[in-house]
Design a protein around this ligand. Structure first.
Ligand code: Q9C
Ligand code: ZN
Length: 704
């Protein structure tokens, strides 16, 4: 690696204090009551046997083990009222469920048999009311501003239940009721429901199918309609009906074994662009963890930290108002670790890096392609794509042949054999997770953000700052001297290196430096990263970059986002995004989700250096959004360098660094045509190098 500086310009040396900012208090509600463990299966039933009380208690135990319970605001449960339940369900159905309280086992069996995959217990009615009430308590805590976000751990789950029917372990539709309740009580116009359970929440789909005020997203194991509940309307072409067209998004998984990169690809290329365009006022998650590794139902491979990343993305919508509600999840260890990752993320802890190969599988890319094609005419963010659905839906692969048996994916072996194979599988996952969690959960730095800014800019920083002295500044100044041969900027650059070392030594998570010459500072920072033997550094330079970096060894990936087109051709490790300033102040989300994040996640950096130079073209919103969403990478290790002429952006950069997620990004008007074209061209150029860019099958089919 080798740097050429075009020029080195020096200014007077400002007195640069080094300040430290501690983590801000976070507000995460936890709604839980062990009374919801009383609902249980009283007879033998192979299908329902997995929905056990320990699903709830093991989550809570694991939260205690990680000291997460004490960090949350404990919110008591209550019963959902009849008025609340009938926001979604018929009175007749409510009365039927009510009658199960007084039934004997024989009667309970009979009542259960009226529905598909459901069991009633004498306490089911009470628990189902608590599950509704717990969810509404969470909505109240978040909507009233008592907490920023939170999670409700509930049983029975809700997303399969329908207006007049229980279904798939679900009695009352907790999340659907919550959406209606939030709209009524808080006058909301737009609610987003994200259903990451591995099953299709057909109950939620039916309830909001014609309602454009509720955007419902679900991914689900589908296997060309062979997987339960085997519904035609679970496919990607069910986009909503009437006024609700475009507001129902189904992503069918046609293969099992979907992994972190497949889930990430769907978020980046389908959910997030649409969700940011929709601009919800609250986000509700139907959080089933049967989409996680080891689950006997889902048969997928997503590891617990994947749920941290999914949560993190959603925390940036709706000014952070995020309510996560438990649905399925049947491998106890996988479920409870994933729940802990979700709550840690809600609390604002740095995220573990997403593990595994960052390349979506062909089947996932096909599903993504189909969903994007199906929704192209409803969402501006997809409208520029030249997408046609891959298959004519009337063809064989998507429909069951007449008389064809419905297979659930289980091999044709005896129940006993299958049971043994399942428990072997479960033990294997237990062992894997034991090790995996030790690997990904590293000790967190005691300080969140270190700052070096000139005295005159301190007032631009949030108030909770703390002074700290730099040791070893002389030693570092020697390195600076070697690099710039100038005395004036010595202390400023020395301080920058001190902060960089603190990040690498995990004494702080991130750093912020105001610099007189951003190009010089960043070149020096990258050189020092090299000295410190960092393997992968992602450098995003925003604005005019007055340095030339010769990169070829993959240790630095440079993206320059600027208004002027670059004369240099793009290469794998040196990319120029020519982003034109936009009078409409349109968001930058097409570049962010369509290019920057896919490339960054493909690269999996150990550290990020984010530089804001002069003439940046992203605007304050664009910069905030970029800084916020990059926090999911490199365990939030970011060194931010800001040209001193751009200090008005200090707040937009510092707040995301500190994990302050409250600012909204505003409405997402479509980007300029030329910006859209630029992103598309880059995607095409680099999708063989950075596989997370792949979201369409036309180019990649043969070359993969
Ligand atoms: N052959 C939830 O995860 N499986 N419900 C039925 C029939 C039912 C899942 C299999 C799975 C229900 C909330
Ligand atoms: Zn499920």
């Amino acid at each position: 690696m080798f740097f050429v500086l075009k020029y080195v310009q020096s200014e007077t040396c400002a007195n640069v204090p080094c300040l430290f900012i501690r983590t801000m208090a976070s507000g995460t509600a936890l709604v839980y009551d062990d009374e919801m463990t009383s609902h249980k299966l009283l007879w033998e039933d192979a299908i329902c046997a997995i929905e056990i009380p320990e699903r709830l208690s093991s989550c809570y135990e694991n939260l205690k083990r990680y000291n997460l319970v004490e960090r949350c605001l404990s919110v008591p449960v209550r019963e959902g009222t009849e008025d609340e339940i009938t926001l979604v369900h018929s009175l007749d159905y409510l009365e039927i469920v009510k009658t199960t309280q007084k039934m004997n086992e024989e009667e309970l069996r009979k009542a259960s048999a009226n529905y598909d995959a459901v069991f009633f217990h004498p306490t089911t009615y009470r628990c189902a009311k608590l599950a509704v009430g717990a969810t509404l308590q969470l909505v109240d805590a978040v909507m009233s501003g008592t907490t920023r976000n939170g999670m409700a751990l509930v049983r029975p789950p809700g997303h399969h239940s329908q207006r007049s029917a229980a279904n798939g372990f679900c009695v009352f539709n907790n999340v659907a009721i919550a959406a209606k309740y939030a709209q009524r009580k808080y006058g909301l116009q737009r609610v987003l429901i994200v259903d990451w359970d591995v099953h299709h929440g057909q109950g939620i789909q039916y309830i909001f199918e014609e309602d454009p005020s509720v955007l419902y997203f679900s991914w689900h194991r589908f296997e060309h309609q062979r997987y339960w509940p085997c519904l035609r309307e679970s496919n990607y072409d069910a986009v909503g009906r009437g006024k609700g067209m475009g507001f129902n998004i189904n992503v069918p998984w046609n293969k099992t074994g979907m992994k972190n990169s497949d889930y990430l690809a769907v978020f980046l290329h389908v959910l997030l662009p649409v969700a940011f365009e929709f601009d919800p006022e609250v986000v509700l998650v139907s959080a089933g963890y049967d989409s996680g590794i080891g689950d006997p139902e889902g048969q997928m491979s997503a590891t617990p930290e994947c749920f941290a990343h999914l949560t993190h993305f959603l925390m940036h919508l709706a000014k952070g108002k995020l309510c996560v509600v438990l649905e399925g999840g049947y491998h106890l260890r996988s479920l409870s670790e994933s729940v802990c990752m979700t709550i840690k993320t809600l609390l604002g802890d740095p995220l573990p890096s997403l593990s595994g190969e960052m390349k979506p599988c062909l089947s996932a890319v096909e599903s993504i392609h189909d969903v994007r094609a199906a929704h192209k005419s409803y969402w501006k963010c997809l409208s520029h794509e030249d997408l046609t659905p891959l298959k004519n839906l009337s063809t064989k692969s998507c429909q069951l042949e007449q008389g064809e048996a419905v297979l659930t994916g289980a091999p044709l072996v005896s129940q006993q054999e299958a049971g043994k194979a399942n428990s072997d599988e479960a033990t294997k996952t237990d062992k894997f997770l034991e090790l995996h969690m030790k690997e990904i959960l590293t000790v967190e730095p005691p300080v969140k953000t270190a700052v070096a800014v000139p005295e005159r800019n301190v007032n631009l920083l949030p108030s909770s700052v703390q002074n700290e002295k730099n040791e070893d500044i002389e030693e570092l100044n020697a390195i600076v001297r070697e690099f710039v041969k100038e005395e004036k900027a010595l202390n400023a650059l020395g301080n920058m290196l001190a902060i960089l070392e603190k990040i690498v030594k995990k004494k702080v998570t991130s750093g912020l430096v105001v610099s007189q010459e951003a190009s010089v500072s960043s070149a020096l920072a990258l050189k020092h990263c090299h000295n410190l033997r960092l393997q992968k550094v992602l450098c995003i330079f925003i604005g005019d970059m007055d340095m030339k970096i010769d990169l070829d060894d993959g240790k630095v990936l440079l993206m320059n986002i600027c208004g002027k087109p670059s004369e240099q051709a793009n290469t794998k490790y040196n990319v120029s995004l020519n982003w034109k300033e936009d009078a409409e102040k349109s968001t930058f989300s097409s570049a962010l989700f369509g290019f920057i994040l896919p490339v960054a996640y493909s690269y999996q950096p150990d550290l990020m250096v984010i530089v804001v130079g002069s003439n940046q073209t992203l605007g304050t919103n664009g910069i905030s959004m970029l800084m916020s969403l990059l926090q999911g990478l490199a365990q939030s290790r970011i060194l931010a360098l800001i040209q001193d002429t751009e200090v008005q952006l200090l707040e937009n950069i510092t707040k995301p660094l500190m994990g302050d997620i409250t600012p909204g990004f505003g409405t997402c008007t479509p980007a300029l045509q030329e910006n859209m074209q630029m992103v598309k061209k880059l995607q095409e150029q680099l999708q063989q190098e950075w596989k997370m860019l792949q979201c369409s099958v036309k180019v990649s089919l043969t070359e993969r």
